[in-house]
Ligand binder design. Structure first.
Ligand code: ADP
Ligand code: MG
Length: 728
C-alpha cells in the first residue's frame, strides 16, 4: 500500500516504531476544514468583539476547542496587530514550539516570519513576527526589560489552569500594572489588552481576581468516557516503578481486544516513556494479527513517544493520522493532558503518576519527584478520549489508590517550589513587598522567606531586602541563582571560559547515554570513565567541561559523541546555550561597574573555588562510611549517586559540593565536586547569619519604605505646587 513507501522497513501487519520518514502532511484544504470544525469557530465574531470591548477578558473552553491555535489568528485577521504584536504564553516549551509550527502552517507562512516562537535559549522570531508564541518564563524576562510591554497590543496568557509558577506571577503583574489606570499606559501609547485562557476550571476565581472581568465561555460538546480501575497499583505501590510494565500490558490488551481507535498512554518522563515504547514494540512483534486481535480491521501498531525534550521533527509525527488499518499509540508525559490535543484518541491508559518539581523540606531543595496525580488531573486525562466520540479510560490503579493516595486538586506550582528566581525578578521590577503581592494563590510565607534568605546568601539582596548591583546582574541570566552566582564570580576573576560551558551543560537535557542492555552499559561506563580520567581530578563539574571542550574541538563532533556514548543533540544545544550565555555576559561586562577581582590562590583551584561561591548552600561533609551530611541546617544524610564519577571514591573524600539531589528511599547527590573546607569556611556562616524572623521583618519593613516613597512623591508634588504658588 501507498503508506508503506513511507515506512520502508516495515512488514505489513507488524508494529511500527519510531518511523520518522516523510509522512505525507495533511493538505491545507483539509486543515482549513479542520479549523472550521472546531467549537471556537462558531464564536469567532463574538469573541473578537469581546476582546475589542474589554481590556481584560477570560476565555474558557474544553481542551481541544481551538483556543490556542485559533484565537491569535482571529485577532490577527481582525487587525489587532496594528497596535503591536500578539503574544501568547505557554507554560511548556514543547507546546509553544509545536503550536507555533501548526499556526504558521495554517496561516501559510514560514515559521519565524509572521508567526514565531521564543523559548529559553531558542528564539525563532524575526522583525516581521507579529504572532509570537512563547513560554511564560520568556514573557517574564521581557517584562524585566520593558515593564510596559510596549511591543505588544495583546497579551494572551494561555493554559492558566495549569497554574505554573511563571504564569501565576504574570497574572499578578498584569493585574498590578495594567488594571490600575495610572500605570496602565505607562511607557505605551495605547492600553494593553489582556486575555486569560483556561480550561473550564476556576474561571469564577479568575474573574474575581481581575476585578470581575467578563468570562467568555466556548460551548463545546464532550462525549462520555467510561473509566475502569485496575488491580495492579494500590496504596502500597507508591514507591515502585511497576507502573511502566503495567501500562504496557494494559495498552497491549486494548490493542488486541478493543475496536479500532488510537491509544494515549500517560507516563511520567523520558526514561519511562522510552522503556515503555521498547517493551511495547517487543511485545507487539509477537502479535499474530490473524488470530490475536478482536477487531480484524486493525493490522498494526504505530508506537510514538512524546516528551518535552524530544526533537521537534519527531513531535510533528504525533499529529499525523496513522496509515489505514494501523492503530496509533502515543506514550506521553502530562503534556498531552491539556497543552497538546491529538485527534483520533479513543482510549486512554492512565499510569496515575506524574513527575513534578516539589520543594522537599527534608533536604531543603527542589526535587523532581514521581507522585500520584490529583483526581482532577485524572479526570482531565480521561477526558482526552471523549473529544469527538465516546471513549474509554483504563486506569492501572485501584479504586482504593484513587481514594487514599490521590489528592482532590493539584497544588499550584507557586505553593510547592522554590521562589528564589521569581522573587528576585519581582524585586528587580521594583516590587519590594513580595509578601503582599497580588498572588492568585498565596505561597506560604516561609517559602517567600526562604527565597529571600537564599537571595541574601548569594548577595543578590542586602540585609534590608534591597536588590544589590550583583542582584541586578544575576537576574539577567535564565539560570538557577547559585549557578549564576558562580558564573559571575568566575567572570569577575576573568575565567568565565571555565564556567560558561558548565552552566550550559547543566541547562540542557542529560548528556550521558545510558543504554538499557548490560553489555552496552559496560561499554558506555568504560568510555565515561576514560573521559573522567582525562579530566585529571575526579569532579563531575570538570568532567562536563572536558566533554564540552573535547567534543567542540573534535573534527567530527557527532562521531566523537557516538564513540563516547554522549547525546550529540544535547551537546549541540549546550554549544548554542553557551554562546547565548556568553552574549549576555559580554553585554553586562560592558557596563562600567561590572565587578573585577583578583585571585591570589592556587590557579588549579580557581575553578572549584568559583563553584563554591554559588554552591556553598549545597555543601556536604562525610560523616561515616559512604554517608555525607549537608551543612545547610537541615543536616540531611545523603549519598553519592552511582552516576557520579566520585561514586565508590567516598573514602577519599571529606567535603563536597553538589548540583542537585534525587530522592528515592535514600537522598542521592548528583554532579558532585570535592572541595576544601577553607574555601567555604567564610561562606558557611552566611547560611545561619539571618534568621527567618529578621527576614520577615525586613520583608515587611520594605512596605513602610514603599509607603515612604509614596509619601515622598506626594511631598514633592506639594512642594512643587508651593513653589508654583509662590511664583504666581
Ligand atoms: P485548545 O487550546 O482549546 O486546547 P488547540 O487550539 O490546542 O485547542 O487545538 C485545536 C485543534 O488543533 C486540535 O484538534 C488539535 O489536534 C489541532 N492541533 C493543534 N496543534 C497541532 C499540530 N501541531 N498539528 C496538527 N494539529 C494540531
Ligand atoms: Mg490550548
Amino acid at each position: 500500500p501507498e503508506w508503506q513507501r513511507n515506512f520502508p522497513s516495515v512488514v505489513s501487519g507488524g508494529p511500527l516504531y519510531l518511523q520518522f520518514g516523510n509522512l505525507s502532511v495533511t493538505s491545507l484544504s483539509s486543515q482549513e476544514m479542520e479549523s472550521k470544525n472546531l467549537p471556537i469557530y462558531h464564536q469567532k465574531s463574538k469573541l473578537v468583539q469581546a476582546v475589542r470591548e474589554n481590556s481584560f477578558l477570560i476565555v474558557s473552553g474544553e481542551t481541544g476547542s481551538g483556543k490556542t491555535t485559533q484565537l491569535p489568528q482571529y485577532l490577527y485577521e481582525a487587525g489587532f496587530c496594528k497596535d503591536g504584536n500578539i503574544g501568547i504564553t505557554q507554560p511548556r516549551r514543547v507546546a509553544a514550539i509545536t503550536v507555533a509550527q501548526r499556526v504558521a502552517q495554517e496561516m501559510q507562512c514560514s515559521l519565524g516570519k509572521e508567526v514565531g516562537y521564543q523559548v529559553r535559549f531558542d528564539d525563532f522570531t524575526s522583525p516581521s513576527t507579529v504572532v509570537k508564541y512563547m513560554t511564560d518564563g520568556c514573557l517574564l524576562r521581557e517584562v524585566l526589560a520593558d515593564p510596559g510591554l510596549s511591543a505588544y497590543g495583546v497579551i494572551i496568557l494561555d493554559e492558566v489552569h495549569e497554574r505554573s509558577l511563571n504564569t501565576d506571577i504574570l497574572l499578578g503583574l498584569l493585574k498590578k500594572v495594567f488594571s490600575n489606570p495610572s500605570t496602565a499606559t505607562k511607557g505605551r501609547s495605547f492600553p494593553l489588552k489582556v486575555v486569560v485562557m483556561s480550561a473550564t476550571l476556576e474561571t469564577d476565581k479568575l474573574s474575581v481576581f481581575f476585578n470581575d472581568c467578563p468570562v467568555f465561555t466556548i460551548p463545546g460538546r464532550v462525549f462520555p468516557v467510561t473509566c475502569k480501575f485496575g488491580t495492579a497499583i494500590g496504596p502500597k505501590d507508591l514507591e515502585s516503578t511497576g507502573y511502566v510494565k503495567e501500562v504496557v500490558k494494559v495498552a497491549l490488551n486494548v490493542h488486541t481486544t478493543e475496536m479500532a481507535g488510537d491509544i494515549l498512554v500517560f507516563l511520567t518522563g523520558q526514561v519511562e516513556i522510552e522503556r515503555a515504547c521498547d517493551l511495547l514494540f517487543e511485545k507487539a512483534e509477537c502479535i499474530d494479527y490473524r488470530y490475536d486481535v478482536y477487531d480484524q480491521t486493525v493490522e498494526g501498531l504505530l508506537i510514538l513517544p512524546l516528551y518535552g525534550s524530544m526533537p521537534t521533527d519527531q513531535q510533528k509525527q504525533i499529529f499525523q493520522p496513522p496509515p489505514p488499518g494501523i492503530r496509533k499509540c502515543v506514550v506521553a508525559t502530562n503534556i498531552a493532558a491539556t497543552s497538546l490535543t491529538i485527534n483520533g484518541i479513543k482510549y486512554i491508559v492512565d499510569s496515575g503518576f506524574v513527575k513534578q518539581l516539589n520543594h522537599n523540606s527534608r533536604v531543603g531543595l527542589d526535587v523532581l519527584e514521581v507522585v500520584p496525580i490529583s483526581k482532577s488531573e485524572a479526570r482531565q486525562r480521561a477526558g482526552r478520549a471523549g473529544r469527538t466520540s465516546a471513549g474509554k479510560c483504563f486506569r492501572i490503579y485501584t479504586a482504593e489508590f484513587w481514594e487514599k493516595c490521590m489528592p482532590e486538586y493539584t497544588v499550584p506550582e507557586i505553593q510547592r517550589t522554590s521562589l528564589t528566581a521569581v522573587i528576585l525578578t519581582l524585586k528587580c521590577l521594583g516590587i519590594h513587598d513580595v509578601i503582599r503581592f497580588p498572588y492568585l494563590a498565596c505561597p506560604e510565607e516561609r517559602f517567600i522567606l526562604e527565597a529571600l534568605k537564599q537571595l541574601y546568601q548569594f548577595d543578590a539582596i542586602d540585609r534590608r531586602g534591597r536588590v544589590t548591583k550583583l542582584g541586578e546582574l544575576m537576574v539577567e541570566f535564565p539560570l538557577h541563582p547559585g549557578l549564576t552566582r558562580a558564573l559571575l564570580k568566575a567572570a569577575s576573576l576573568g575565567c568565565q571560559d571555565l564556567l560558561l560551558p558548565v552552566a550550559a551543560m547543566l541547562s540542557v537535557e542529560n548528556i550521558y547515554i545510558r543504554p538499557g542492555e548490560p553489555e552496552k552499559q559496560k561499554e558506555a561506563d568504560t568510555r565515561h570513565k576514560a573521559l573522567a580520567a582525562k579530566t585529571g581530578s575526579m569532579n563531575d563539574f570538570a568532567l562536563l567541561l572536558t566533554v564540552f571542550q573535547s567534543c567542540k574541538s573534535s573534527d567530527r563532533p557527532s562521531a566523537w559523541c557516538k564513540e563516547n556514548w554522549i547525546h550529540w543533540r544535547a551537546l549541540k544545544s549546550a554549544f548554542s546555550v553557551e554562546t547565548q550565555l556568553r552574549e549576555i555576559l559580554l553585554r553586562l561586562q560592558q557596563k562600567r561597574d561590572f565587578p573585577v577581582e583578583t585571585f591570589d590562590g592556587n590557579k588549579s583551584e580557581l575553578f572549584r573555588q568559583c563553584l563554591c561561591t554559588g554552591y556553598f548552600t549545597n555543601v556536604a561533609r562525610r560523616s561515616v562510611g559512604k554517608v555525607f551530611c549537608t551543612m545547610d541546617g537541615h543536616g540531611s544524610m545523603v549519598h553519592i549517586h552511582p552516576s557520579s564519577s566520585l561514586f565508590d571514591q567516598e573514602a577519599e573524600l571529606n567535603w563536597v559540593i553538589f548540583h542537585d539531589v534525587m530522592v528515592t528511599s535514600r537522598v542521592y547527590i548528583r554532579t558532585v565536586c570535592p572541595i576544601r573546607y577553607e574555601w567555604v569556611k567564610d561562606l558557611l556562616p552566611k547560611l545561619h547569619e539571618v534568621d527567618v524572623y529578621e527576614l520577615s521583618s525586613v520583608a515587611r519593613q520594605e512596605v513602610t519604605d514603599d509607603e515612604m516613597k509614596k509619601w515622598e512623591t506626594k511631598e514633592a508634588a506639594k512642594r512643587q505646587q508651593d513653589v508654583l504658588n509662590e511664583d504666581a
